[in-house]
Design a protein around this ligand. Structure first.
Ligand SMILES: Nc1ncnc2c1ncn2[C@@H]1O[C@H](COP(=O)(O)OP(=O)(O)O)[C@@H](O)[C@H]1O
Ligand SMILES: [Mg+2]
Length: 253
């Protein structure tokens, strides 16, 4: 891939939705740059435009104003070249297809090849290849969604509250699994979450957003050592970062 270019580059992005009650400024003056291999989280209250921003970067939304580039090309081209994978809160699996067949689906569209079994093993569900989605727990279904997002070997992973529908224990397990995966593969991750603690635990940087209009309030570096484990959550450095981000969010209200 083109070296030197940021993995994600957003410049002067603004977007309004037009509805019956008039226009809603979902995003305003968004500048964001994510380096290759970086793990960046977006946090902020519901409605601050996190999903809109992710959709704009993923080429699912044509923005009104501004510029978005993924690895030096526009989102549509990045989409065509399968440069990114997308994981959202709902796994969106086809119920009549097995785990393996769900993960294989994008390959059937592009005609590309991948070792799906190895991929399932990498995300911790190697033994469940032949299961139907309904036979899996919520956490396991999200692993299937993650494997599907990784099937074309993307350089960028866009994750929109991927663990938002999981119970707390599954969520903790998934965080650590994602960390392990990212630490071994160093793909670029842009991760949306409501949870400040989750953002701090995972990220190199936490981008804090506020609503009406959706905007970036702050962009904080997380200088905590890696590899990270949940033991980090007990440290004063971790607590200090969480407190700082809370303060930024409170000021905006
Ligand atoms: N398709 C849409 N049409 C109209 N308004 C929308 C649409 N999608 C989102 N919005 C509005 O835009 C704002 C930002 O939404 P969203 O990006 O989903 O925020 P978040 O993901 O941070 O909760 C919200 O006020 C939401 O109601
Ligand atoms: Mg959202």
């Amino acid at each position: 891939m083109s070296t030197g270019a940021a993995a994600i580059e957003v410049r002067g992005l603004a977007h309004r939705y037009h509805g019956a009650e008039g226009a809603l400024q979902a995003l305003d003056r968004i500048d964001l740059s994510v380096a290759d291999g970086e793990f960046v989280s977006l946090v902020g209250p519901s409605g601050c435009g996190k999903t809109t921003l992710l959709r704009a970067i993923g080429g699912l939304l044509r923005v009104e104003t501004g510029e978005v580039q993924v690895l030096g090309v526009d989102p549509e081209e990045a989409q065509q070249r399968r440069l990114f994978g997308l994981v959202s809160q709902e796994p969106g699996l086809l119920p009549w297809r097995s785990v393996e067949a769900n993960v294989r689906l994008p390959l059937e569209v592009t005609g590309a090849a991948a070792d799906v079994r190895a991929l399932l093993t990498r995300v911790g569900i190697g033994e469940f290849a032949r299961y139907a989605p309904r036979q899996l727990s919520g956490g396991m279904r999200q692993r299937v969604a993650l494997a599907r997002a990784l099937v074309h070997g993307p350089r960028v992973l866009l994750m929109d509250e991927p663990f938002g529908a999981l119970d707390e224990l599954s969520r903790e397990a998934m965080r650590l699994e994602l960390l392990r995966l990212w630490e071994s593969e160093r793909i670029t991750v842009l991760f949306v979450t409501h949870s400040i603690r989750e953002a701090v635990l995972l990220s190199d940087r936490v981008v804090v957003m506020a609503p009406r209009p959706g905007r970036i309030l702050d962009d904080l570096r997380v200088p905590l050592p890696r590899p990270r484990t949940d033991a980090l959550e007990e440290t004063p450095e971790f607590a200090a970062l969480v407190t700082r981000i809370r303060a930024v969010l409170r000021e905006a209200q």
